[in-house]
Design a protein around this ligand. Structure first.
Ligand SMILES: [Zn+2]
Length: 91
């Protein structure tokens, strides 16, 4: 059974989590912020990477906090997790 390492609760079954999408997508800023094309890309365009990838997950059946999980999309191996807010502030 696949488990996700919640930084607050420890390893928990994947069924306790809700997928929140790509962890590297940011809203447009600067001169592109008013561009319809930039917002369309932000809302609709997603990469479909094969390999190690950062994702946002919510521990919806646990502490309900958002976390940033590093996962291999090919093998589903978990490489770690961190609070989503701390990672966002650091980048
Ligand atoms: Zn948790």
């Amino acid at each position: 059974m696949l488990s996700i390492p919640c930084p607050y609760c420890g390893p928990r079954d994947v069924t306790e989590f809700s997928y929140g999408g790509d962890g590297n997508v940011r809203p447009p800023t600067g001169p592109d912020a008013a561009s319809e094309a930039a917002w369309s890309a932000y809302v609709y365009l997603r990469a479909n990477p094969r390999g190690v990838h950062e994702e946002l997950w919510q521990h919806s059946a646990g502490c309900r906090r958002w976390i940033r999980v590093t996962r291999n999309t090919l093998t589903h191996e978990m490489h770690g997790s961190a609070p989503a807010r701390a990672s966002a502030a650091a980048s």
